[in-house]
Write a protein that binds this ligand. Structure first.
Ligand code: SF4
Length: 247
């Protein structure tokens, strides 16, 4: 798999619905494809589509060890409802234990660098380990969330990880996401109803006020340009979110 082959994939998926893109991806890349779910609203849509169509796509989530109770609740509800095995990727003990032993469980509060180190060890490294054996991965990214809007496409080359990245909801609006969840009675994180449009680790996420940037509640003590965790990189740039109405 290389950047050169992505053009034909883009042509093959032009104009397809999200469900059709998932079906195409399963056929094109299976079994070397997986869906990375953060259990957020968009990801719940994709998990539901995968389960409904019984697509042979592995679903995994990164359990950083600091997730809110509500995220574990929606994980359990999703496992029960969809009958899916959702792989849990945990940080390697050899990576996180020395940091916590030396600097304490909340060392990420000490500096931006320490916060990024915590995200790197708890999120990025487990993701990289999982992606290493794949030809493609699926995410719930939407174009209207990203500052680098032009870079979010239904199918694109992920140069940072060396594989194809598929974003079936790239063209969806926030309203479409919530319409789907309600229409299909899909479980979603209870924190969304308490002012949390974007949900990460418990100590690094808080509710936002109506109209506030959807990422305002993530690492709120940092400047906006510092708010990223390193999971999504396009052409060497970290993807961040743009202002969008909260639910
Ligand atoms: Fe660590 Fe906070 Fe990043 Fe979670 S969001 S990995 S607790 S710094």
């Amino acid at each position: 798999m290389s950047r050169d082959t992505v053009g034909e994939f883009i042509a093959a998926t032009a104009g397809l619905s999200a469900e059709a893109i998932l079906a195409w991806a399963a056929k094109q890349f299976g079994p070397r494809i997986a869906f990375a779910s953060s259990l957020g609203a968009e990801d719940q849509v994709l998990t539901d589509m995968i389960a409904r169509a019984s697509l042979p796509i592995a679903v995994f989530t990164i359990d950083t060890g600091r997730l809110p109770r509500e995220t574990h609740d929606v994980l359990e509800a999703t496992r029960r409802r969809c009958g899916l095995e959702i792989e849990a990727l945990l940080p390697a003990a050899a990576d996180i234990e020395p940091l916590v032993s030396r600097h304490g469980p909340d060392f990420f509060l000490h500096s931006v660098e320490d916060r990024k180190l915590c995200c790197h060890v708890r999120k990025v490294l487990p993701l990289r380990r999982r992606l290493a054996g794949l030809d493609a991965w699926i995410t719930g990214l939407r174009r209207e969330q990203a500052l680098t809007r032009a870079d979010v496409a239904p199918v694109q080359w992920d140069a940072a990880n060396g594989l194809v990245k598929i974003n079936p909801l790239a063209d969806w609006t926030r309203q479409q996401v919530w319409d789907y969840l309600h229409a299909h009675d899909v479980p979603y994180n209870a924190l969304h109803d308490r002012g949390y449009p974007s949900i990460g680790c418990a100590p690094c996420t808080r509710a936002v006020a109506p109209g506030e940037d959807i990422r305002a509640g993530r690492w709120w003590w940092e400047r906006p340009e510092q708010k990223e965790c390193g999971l999504h990189v396009v052409d060497g740039k970290l993807m961040r979110t743009r202002k969008e109405p909260s639910k």
